[in-house]
Write a protein that binds this ligand. Structure first.
Ligand code: HEM
Length: 136
């Protein structure tokens, strides 16, 4: 992460607050998985997940809370995680990454956040999305 000044996205929990705090992250994740469950283009990545995605929802919300500069909820509940390692067993190429990011775009577009934060969030989330690819 480049150095951030007070008040900027990426500084302490400014991004978490811009998302609407922990309830906002939960809403984003619910919108994200709802999009994954309904978009034809996301069928392949949906099928990689367990039938019941409630734990997937809890885990992604917990992870993103810390990733946005908030409390490390994932570590508190499940211990240390390294995102690329957690996806090593999956077949993720550019198509799967793009399908995942498209669901995230649908989700963030439905959130009441500023345009500046929306653009920042999509730019930043593309970084780990590129790192979980296991081919291409
Ligand atoms: C870009 C394409 C991505 C795909 C296709 C994908 C797919 C998946 C799948 C299928 C699982 C469930 C694995 C299983 O049950 O065995 C999973 C778990 C998870 N993913 Fe992703 N993912 C992607 C990107 C990301 C990114 C960018 C993040 C974080 C910013 C993320 C965070 C997580 C977390 C926290 C888990 C739970 C890991 C655990 O069970 O310990 N994923 N992902």
């Amino acid at each position: 992460m480049p150095e951030r000044k007070p008040g900027e996205f990426g500084y302490e929990d400014v991004s978490l607050q811009a998302m609407g705090g922990e309830p906002g992250v939960r809403r984003l994740v619910d919108l994200f998985y709802d999009a994954m469950e309904s978009r034809p283009g996301a069928q392949r990545i949906r099928a990689m997940h367990p039938e019941d995605m409630s734990e997937s929802r809890d885990k992604l919300a917990a992870f993103l809370t810390g990733w946005l500069g908030g409390p490390k909820r994932f570590r508190e509940r499940w211990g240390k995680i390294q995102i690329p390692v957690a996806h090593r067993h999956l077949d993720i190429g550019a198509t799967e990454r793009d399908a995942w990011l498209a669901c995230m775009q649908v989700a963030i577009d439905a959130m009441s956040v500023s345009e500046g934060f929306r653009a920042y969030f999509m730019r930043e989330i593309a970084v780990p999305a590129n790192r979980v690819m296991t081919r291409d």
